[in-house]
Write a protein that binds this ligand. Sequence first.
Ligand code: ZN
Length: 160
Amino acid sequence: MALRKILDDNHSALRTPAQEVKKINSAVLRLLNDMLETMRDANGVGLAANQVGVPKRILVASNGEEEVYELINPHCENTEGEALGVEGCLSVPGCYGEVPRAEKIVVKALNREGKPVQLELEGLAARIIQHEMDHLEGILFIDKAVRMIDPEDLKSEEKS
Ligand code: ZN
């Protein structure tokens, strides 16, 4: 495994919709491993392939230690409700904003074995996956944020 460089939002890869994965080969598996390692190294909760310069529809996410998601060609089947929550992004360092997202989602994708999986997610996991799926469309959370938050305010909110 190897760490990959996380691109920032000045890079055109972040603004280009990613392409469908046609074949899950060794390069895709290596990419998944590298993305997980890179995400953890950066203390992130999710990472999309185009954030490391690979224009493929692949994302990884981890909502804490127990739950790890590796999704290939993910798409949203159904959404329910709406919730506002604070997000940041490894590609937009130092910025935080409140973003409206669906409260619950049903996502279909392929896993690393190429088998179809269906996930029913809510709360933080649903938010993270929606954020990463947006990356695959070339969309950043700052496009959807209804309010940007000063990192200093965030710190005092977390403390209280
Ligand atoms: Zn992001």
